[in-house]
Design a protein around this ligand. Structure first.
Ligand SMILES: NC(=O)c1ccc[n+]([C@@H]2O[C@H](COP(=O)([O-])OP(=O)(O)OC[C@H]3O[C@@H](n4cnc5c(N)ncnc54)[C@H](O)[C@@H]3O)[C@@H](O)[C@H]2O)c1
Length: 302
C-alpha cells in the first residue's frame, strides 16, 4: 500500500485519488477551495487545506493543479503556487517523496519550473532528498474515475530509473499500455500533442462540414466512409514520422486543387491552407538538408 497525496483536488485530482483509494492505497486530498474540501469531506474522504509531510513515510505527491490558458499562453500561477506549497512541505519532510506532475503543462515545465521551485522552497536536492516525475493524465472529464481506473495508456517519465520503476509498480495494476521516457519534457509533449491532434481532427471535419454545407451534401455518411477509407484515419502509424513532407501525385495535387474549388465557392479553408503551407515549409527544409533516413517512404504519398 502506498501513501499518496493529491495536490489540487478538482476533476483530475479527485478521479486520481479515488482510483488509488479503490486500489487500497492511503490517499489525502489537498485543495485551497473551501467548497471543494467540504464536498470531498462530505464523501468521507481525507481532505485538507495544506500539505504536511512531517512524519509521513515515503509517498507520492501528485500535482493535479489547474493550468488554464490566458490567450495564447498557459497561466501557471495556480500551478506555481501549489508547487511552492509542496516545496515548503518537503522542507520538513523526513521520507523520500516522489513529486509527480500530472497536470497538463508545456514541455520543459517539470525540469524548468517544478524542480527549481521545489529545490528553492525545500532547501533540498532533487535525486538525493526527493524525486520528480511526469505522468500526464488522459482521462475524459465525463468518465473521469472510470478512465483513471482503466487507462488505455500510461506515460511515465523521470531521469531516475528507480522512480520510473516505483511509479510503474503503482500504476501498472490499473492496466493499459505503458510507455516510459527518461526526459519529462517528452511525456509533457505527449500530452500536448495528444490534445492538439484531437483538436486538429475535429477542426478538419468541421472544415469539411462547411464544405459539404456549401455543396448541399450530408457530411455524416461521407465522414464515416473516409474514416474507413483513408489510411491516415484507420492506421494509427500512417503519417506520424515527422521531418519529411508528403509527396507523390495525389496529395499535393488534391490539397492545392481543392483550395481553388473552395475559392470558387467563396469558402475559406484555413486548415487546408495551413496543411499546404506546412508541407511547403517541410519541402524547403528537406531540400536544404532535412531528414534523410527515408521518412519519405511509402505511406506518405498517394
Ligand atoms: N478535466 C479534464 O478532463 C482533464 C483531463 C486531463 C488532464 N487535465 C489537466 O489536469 C489538470 C487539472 O485539471 P482539472 O480539470 O482537474 O482542474 P480543476 O479546476 O477541476 O481542479 C483544480 C483544483 O486545484 C485546486 N487548486 C488551485 N490552486 C491550488 C493550490 N495552490 N493548492 C491546492 N489546490 C489548488 C482548485 O481549487 C481545484 O479544485 C490541468 O492541467 C488539466 O489541463 C484535465
Amino acid at each position: 500500500m502506498a501513501r499518496i497525496f493529491i495536490v489540487g483536488s478538482g476533476v483530475v485530482g479527485t478521479a486520481t485519488g479515488k482510483g488509488f483509494l479503490h486500489a487500497g492505497h492511503e490517499v489525502t486530498f489537498i485543495d485551497i477551495a473551501a467548497g471543494r474540501l467540504n464536498y470531498l469531506r462530505s464523501q468521507g474522504l481525507d481532505a485538507r487545506d495544506r500539505l504536511d509531510l512531517r512524519n509521513e513515510p515515503d509517498s507520492f505527491v501528485f500535482l493535479t493543479l489547474p493550468t488554464p490558458n490566458e490567450g495564447h499562453r498557459y497561466d501557471l500561477t495556480a500551478f506555481e503556487d501549489g508547487t511552492t506549497s509542496v516545496g515548503e512541505a518537503l522542507a520538513d519532510a523526513t521520507g523520500t517523496h516522489v513529486v509527480v506532475v500530472r497536470s497538463t503543462v508545456p514541455p520543459g515545465t517539470t525540469e524548468g519550473l517544478v524542480q527549481p521551485l521545489l529545490e528553492k522552497h525545500s532547501g533540498k536536492t532533487l535525486g538525493e532528498d526527493f524525486m520528480l516525475a511526469s505522468n500526464p493524465e488522459f482521462l475524459r472529464a465525463a468518465s473521469a474515475v472510470e478512465d483513471f481506473m482503466h487507462p488505455w495508456m500510461t506515460v511515465i517519465a523521470s531521469r531516475s530509473a528507480r522512480t520510473v520503476e516505483r511509479l510503474t509498480a503503482l500504476l501498472a495494476p490499473f492496466g493499459g499500455e505503458l510507455r516510459t521516457f527518461t526526459d519529462p519534457a517528452a511525456a509533457e509533449l505527449v500530452k500536448c500533442a495528444h490534445n492538439i491532434f484531437n483538436a486538429t481532427k475535429i477542426s478538419f471535419w468541421n472544415e469539411m462540414w462547411l464544405v459539404s454545407q456549401a455543396l448541399g451534401l450530408d457530411l455524416d455518411p461521407i465522414a464515416q466512409t473516409v474514416a474507413r477509407s483513408a489510411e491516415g484515419s484507420y492506421n494509427p502509424y500512417y503519417g506520424i514520422r515527422g521531418g519529411a513532407p508528403y509527396g507523390g501525385v495525389c496529395l499535393p495535387k488534391d490539397t492545392q486543387g481543392f483550395l481553388g474549388l473552395a475559392d470558387s465557392i467563396s469558402l475559406d479553408m484555413p486548415l487546408l491552407r495551413a496543411v499546404v503551407r506546412v508541407n511547403d515549409v517541410l519541402a524547403d527544409r528537406t531540400a536544404a538538408g532535412g531528414r534523410t533516413d527515408g521518412a519519405l517512404a511509402a505511406g506518405r504519398s498517394a
